[in-house]
Design a protein around this ligand. Structure first.
Ligand SMILES: [Zn+2]
Length: 392
């Protein structure tokens, strides 16, 4: 990365083996969505290759790159995309630059295959920029920064200098800046590192303690945290948090409920993936359930009023919420918590969610998968959840 030129340049190399035949590859270019673009972000593709040969891509729209290639099911291909990312102004979003604090989420051309389905080609929404839904993969990132910059990212450092390695994750993100860090290891062996950017006053230690407690709590409730590390950066110009597998970004003063909520996303979005554009309740509702259990705030969630615009519509896609943004949080985060609480004792809901995680780990789950797991413990689950707008 070249902060002096306000750009990040790079190459994405993928080895891809589809489980269905296809005649092209699709890479999503999320920095070109309406909201990041308005803040000045731009992702340019400078070259595309299949194997060692040049393979010109096409741009059907700003957030989509397609590269023609004939593949049958089970046939592997190696492809590469060279890119230049122009960094935006300071902005409360997945990609942001505030002086030397550089937030890089959903920032590179990412392959968008959903096994059993095909390419995820949903258009971006006008709100908070998109994350991708991709098959879990092994990532090795080689990051070069000017001297003096610190990096926290998805994965563990190494094996080479500047590298980050992660196995079986659906995405890769990183935070760059000048960090004060603190670390600890959970009882289950997860290495936790928090870096607080030099522009933020918070201390890292309280975040580390809260993350360790939440990782241990959810490990007991939903099954073990699946990766060796969890890194988190506290950064300027961010409200709340943004989750990626093994790496979370949080704003100043978010040590409270935001911290366990983002940790919960490692199970609901990270380990069990979902399409956040199609089924946003599946990760936000379940992460909110976990947050409520960890924070002991379930009765508060159950007592919150859901606006008329979203009542009975918890399962709607992001497109539905475009014109109903003020109802989004209560409808998609809070309402599923109320639906789960209506099933029966919370300990048994945790038990059913543990089954959901075990059955759907490293997959892109759908609402039917949640209902099938809940049904094992609560035979009436489909009827109960249907009242809240959650159906297969
Ligand atoms: Zn969330």
């Amino acid at each position: 990365m070249k902060p002096a030129d306000n750009v990040v340049t790079g190459t994405v190399e993928v080895v891809f083996t589809p489980d269905l035949p296809t005649d092209h590859l699709v890479f999503r270019l999320w920095p070109n969505g309406p909201r990041p673009a308005k803040a000045g972000a731009r992702l340019d593709v400078t070259a595309t290759r299949i194997g060692n040969g040049s393979a010109p891509g096409q741009r059907p729209d700003a957030t989509t790159l397609t590269v023609p290639v004939e593949l049958h099911a089970g046939q592997s291909v190696t492809a590469a995309v060279d890119f230049t990312l122009t960094l935006p102004r300071p902005v409360d979003d997945r990609i942001s630059r505030t002086a030397d604090a550089i937030r890089l989420g959903s920032f590179f051309p990412i392959l968008s295959w959903e096994p059993g389905v095909g390419w995820a080609t949903e258009p971006p929404t006008s709100g908070f920029a998109e994350a991708s839904t991709v098959q879990a993969a092994d990532f090795t990132a080689t990051v070069t920064t000017p001297p003096g910059f610190d990096v926290l990212a998805t994965g563990v450092p190494g094996p080479a200098n500047g590298q980050w390695t992660a196995q079986a994750v659906g995405d890769f993100a990183m935070s760059v800046g000048h960090f004060r860090t603190a670390s600890a290891t959970t009882k289950q062996g997860t290495a936790v590192t928090v870096g607080v950017d030099a522009q933020v006053k918070d201390g890292p230690e309280s975040y580390v303690r809260r993350i360790v407690a939440a990782l241990e709590d959810y490990g007991n409730r939903f099954g073990p945290y699946p990766w060796p590390a969890y890194t988190m950066a506290v950064e300027p110009n961010l409200q709340g948090g943004i989750e990626y597998p093994m790496h979370v970004m949080q704003g100043p003063g978010t040590v409270g409920r935001t911290t366990p909520h983002e940790v919960a996303h490692q199970w609901f979005y990270g380990l069990v993936e979902n399409n956040q554009g199609r089924d946003p309740f599946l990760d936000e509702g379940l992460a909110s359930w976990a947050e409520a259990r960890d924070e002991n705030t379930l009765s508060r969630f159950v007592g919150l009023a859901v606006p008329v615009a979203g009542k009975g519509h918890a399962g709607e896609p992001m497109a539905f919420w475009e014109s109903r943004q003020s109802a989004y949080y209560r409808s998609v985060y809070v309402q599923p918590v109320q639906a789960l609480a209506a099933l029966g004792p919370p300990e048994l809901v945790d038990c059913a969610l543990r089954l959901y995680v075990a059955r759907n780990a490293y997959r892109i789950a759908r609402p039917v998968d949640l209902l099938e797991a809940l049904k094992v413990v609560f035979p009436n689950a489909p009827a109960t959840l249907a009242r809240y707008g959650i159906a297969a």
